[in-house]
Design a protein around this ligand. Structure first.
Ligand code: PMT
Length: 404
């Protein structure tokens, strides 16, 4: 059920005995890696408490349209936009009737009207109520209005809480979760653990000064987001940058090359693809002064020592991940990039010509050449770093799959 990893599922619960199954539904969705938020109708709260669903989902439960405090936190429009998919289970006959009429008289129905996300509806009611021509007409109306955007899950046949037997039971949580998962495509890197380094490192000279470079982190953050959108479990290890931590991934902030190395080494037991876009300082001051250095003389010499090579360290592990390096070059781009590919024992290297100031450091665009193996090569012309990141992730996924 890799498709549900990192997905945002909004669960709408209406009033009916099947609401007790919502607890299991939330648990199963969470187990599959989804982030779940819950919206309940007033009558649903007669069957299961918001506290139970809050404890299971890890988020406050939403139930009131007219609560100013709740609206100030995450209002109905934010909830509607937040969802990757809106699952309504159980959907009672009354709720289905209100939805089919386009009513927005409580939080759940308002979110239904406001969302652009795909919708899954799991009806649950007495078999006679399900068979009733008005219920069937309401269902047909909803299907016609929403087309492929709406998936009906069940109802299932069997013995009902009232003692009747027939079609009307809510489908079992496992079936619902499987159907919800099928609404999402399996990404190119579904379930693969990807670690990305990004940004510069800062090497302290004294408490107020440091050595660094011009990396903004834009390339690395775009790569991390593209990997996440391809279904990967992403850890982003970032040097100091002005960018916000992207959502739906672990973001570890570090300062120096040594910090970055330590954070990368912690991922060694699970990292399957390691992508090093960071511009790691090759050298650091041999010693960091405890106090600010004073201007006592006209000259000041600093002794610098080599930093460990993080990428080579990851590539030299007993069970190395698929390693992708970036090479920032100002001349002989292919020659130096291929040299790094072999010397650092990498699977792939992405070469930037940073002598051109419209690409590479800090720019929004980039143009790169990618090299792998003996003679593998692909050139990517100038494009936005976000678009380039998607193309690079497609190539990395292709080469990674070939080796696994
Ligand atoms: O952050 P932006 O402003 O968007 O700019 C993007 C970028 C230009 C920084 C990026 O595209 C890029 O080229 N990153 C690599 C920069 C670099 O340090 O290249 P390098 O040739 O010095 O290093 C080669 C590889 O070894 C890199 O993958 C680097 O992360 C890694 N390395 C280098 C030194 C070191 N001590 N440890 C490392 O892991």
């Amino acid at each position: 059920m890799q498709q549900l990893y990192n997905r945002r599922i909004l669960l709408g619960i209406s009033g009916g005995i099947a609401a007790y199954k919502s607890a299991e539904l939330v648990r199963t969705l969470k187990k599959a890696g989804a982030d779940v938020r819950v919206v309940m109708t007033r009558s649903a709260m007669e069957f299961i408490t918001p506290l139970t669903l809050q404890a299971l989902s890890g988020h406050p439960v939403h139930h009131s349209l007219l609560d100013p405090e709740a609206e100030a936190g995450m209002g109905h429009i934010e909830l509607a936009k937040w969802a990757d998919l809106f699952l309504i289970a159980p959907a009672s006959a009354n709720l289905i009737a209100r939805l089919s009429q386009g009513m927005g008289d409580d939080l759940l129905t308002t979110v239904f009207l406001a969302t652009d996300a795909p919708i899954c509806l799991a009806p649950a009611m007495n078999q006679a109520m399900w068979r009733d021509p008005i219920t069937q007409e309401n269902i047909a109306h909803l299907k016609a209005a929403h087309g492929d955007h709406l998936t009906l899950i069940g109802p299932a046949a069997g013995e009902q809480a009232c003692g009747d037997t027939g079609l009307g039971r809510m489908s079992e949580p496992d079936t619902i979760v499987a159907d919800v998962a099928n609404c999402f495509e399996t990404g190119l890197l579904a379930g693969v653990s990807v670690v990305v380094t990004a940004g510069p490192t800062k090497e302290a000279i004294d408490p107020v000064r440091y050595i660094t470079n011009h990396s903004s982190g834009k390339m690395g953050y775009a790569i991390a987001e593209a990997a996440r959108d391809a279904g990967a479990r992403v850890t982003l290890i970032s040097g100091p940058v002005a960018l916000q931590a992207p959502e739906r991934m672990e973001c570890v902030r570090v300062r120096s090359a040594l910090d970055m190395l330590a954070a990368c080494e912690k991922t060694q037991d699970h990292c399957q693809i390691f992508i090093a876009t960071a511009a790691v300082a090759d050298y650091r001051p041999a010693s960091q002064q405890e106090h600010k250095i004073k201007k006592h003389s006209d000259e000041l010499s600093l002794t610098l020592i080599r930093n460990p090579d993080i990428l080579s360290t990851m590539a030299a592990a007993e069970q190395p991940p698929f390693t992708v390096g970036f090479a920032a070059e100002t001349q002989d781009v292919e020659h130096y990039a291929r040299d790094k590919l072999t010397r650092k024992k990498l699977n792939m290297i992405v070469a930037n010509d940073v002598s051109d100031r419209s690409i590479g450091f800090h720019s929004d665009d980039n143009a790169v050449k990618v090299f792998w193996g003996e003679d593998g090569r692909r050139d990517f012309e100038l494009m936005n770093k976000r678009r380039l990141a998607v193309r690079l992730i497609e190539l990395i996924a292709e080469k990674y799959q070939e080796e696994h």
